[in-house]
Design a protein around this ligand. Structure first.
Ligand SMILES: [Zn+2]
Length: 374
């Protein structure tokens, strides 16, 4: 098997990076008209900057307001808008689902794509795939494309104004990267691009984990005061670039499959991708019977930034055997990344690992409640 490493053609990050959007597109030799697929808040926050930046670069554009879910029907709706405006470049601006939709539209229409995340809530912006859900929000499929985005542009001033919970969710997604990448590399399984992992991808995944541990808490505080500090800047890069390159060029394992399993429980729908992934990391550690120090480090980190560590933290109050079985069956479906683990994974052992993860989280909370009350 050949080793394959993929990345966007260009990654641009910094305060007020949106001002340079038009210039950055022109530097890549791309031409309009552009279709900007954007969420409501991105439109109200950025439309004036888009106008001045894209006009100055001589790019015509129109805006398509995103309907809220990255589903097949929403992708088709956006494709119709792109055809009507004779679009030659697709720009996604908003959260993960907006960008997933923009990549799907661009891939179907064979157009270049620019991703401008307005939150650092997942590692999707740099990837060449979309996670597609049903209109009801249940995980449906991964769509994998031939090319990564042409440009990923991250405006840290915009991120600094995003809700804290979304930055934390991004940390949850990034928390999985090192653990899943290591499994895939050790097992020598195919990464998301169909090749073996590289030392480069694994090193980026490890740097991602180290950056979370070092900067997670400080970055969260910076975001809460809407300030772009060096810690927030590094953390945004970890959530977006390091995690994105790490997962795609090394691969996914149990944590993301558990996430997909959790989407089968309606109670978890109000929780973000990264929040469910963070609980999935704990489940993966249980499946792998990881050393207590490793579990403790993850529990310390997750609780320090407010990521879920128990069933009740992700909306599942005392789930019964049927609910757990439904989650485990979905997580172990044929083709799921949980089968990248170096041992056979059945629904039965996933049910046990789900319970153990919840117990470990509850135990952490009990111990620290006691410490706090002393
Ligand atoms: Zn993810």
């Amino acid at each position: 098997m050949l080793s394959v490493f993929c990345s966007p053609s260009r990654y641009t990050q910094g305060p007020n990076a949106t001002v340079s959007l038009g210039e950055e597109i022109v530097k890549l030799g791309l031409e309009g008209p552009a279709l900007i697929i954007a969420g409501k808040s991105a439109i109200s926050l950025l439309s004036e900057v888009w106008q001045s930046s894209l006009r100055a670069a001589g790019l015509r554009y129109s805006v398509f307001q995103f309907g809220g879910e990255c589903s097949s029907s929403e992708i088709e709706r956006a494709k119709t808008a792109a055809r009507q405006s004779e679009t030659r470049i697709v720009i996604g601006a908003g959260g993960g689902k907006v960008l997933d939709t923009a990549r799907a539209v661009a891939a179907d229409l064979k157009l270049p794509v620019v991703n401008c995340p307005t939150v650092a809530s997942s590692d999707a912006p740099c990837s060449a795939l979309s996670v597609v859900y049903t209109d009801e929000g249940v995980f449906h499929e991964y769509r994998i494309y031939g090319r990564n985005p042409d440009l990923v542009l991250v405006d840290t001033e915009v991120i600094a104004r995003s809700p804290a919970r979304l930055l934390v969710a991004g940390m949850g997604d990034a928390l999985a990267t090192w653990f899943e990448a290591k499994v895939c590399s050790d097992s020598n399984v195919r990464n998301m691009r169909g090749g073996a992992s590289t030392r480069s991808a694994l090193a980026l995944a490890e740097l991602c984990y180290k950056t979370l541990l070092a900067d997670g808490v400080d970055a969260l505080q910076a975001l809460q005061s809407h300030t772009v500090t060096p810690a927030l800047d590094r953390l945004v890069e970890a959530n977006t670039l390091l995690s994105g390159l790490g997962f795609e060029s090394s691969g996914l394992a149990a944590a993301h499959a558990i996430h997909n399993g959790l989407t089968a429980a309606a109670e978890t729908h109000s929780f973000f991708h990264g929040e469910k992934v963070a609980f999935g990391v704990l489940v993966q550690l249980m499946l792998e019977s990881k050393a207590p120090e490793v579990v403790e480090q993850v529990l310390d980190f997750s609780t320090s930034v407010g990521l879920p560590v128990t069933f009740s933290d992700i909306g599942l109050a005392a789930p019964g055997p049927e609910a757990l079985e439904q989650i485990a069956r979905r997580a172990t479906a044929k083709g799921e990344t949980i089968h990248n683990e170096p041992f056979p994974v059945t629904a039965e052992i996933v049910i046990d690992a789900l319970r153990e993860a919840d117990e470990a989280g509850e135990d952490w909370k009990r111990r620290h409640r006691r410490t706090m009350s002393i």
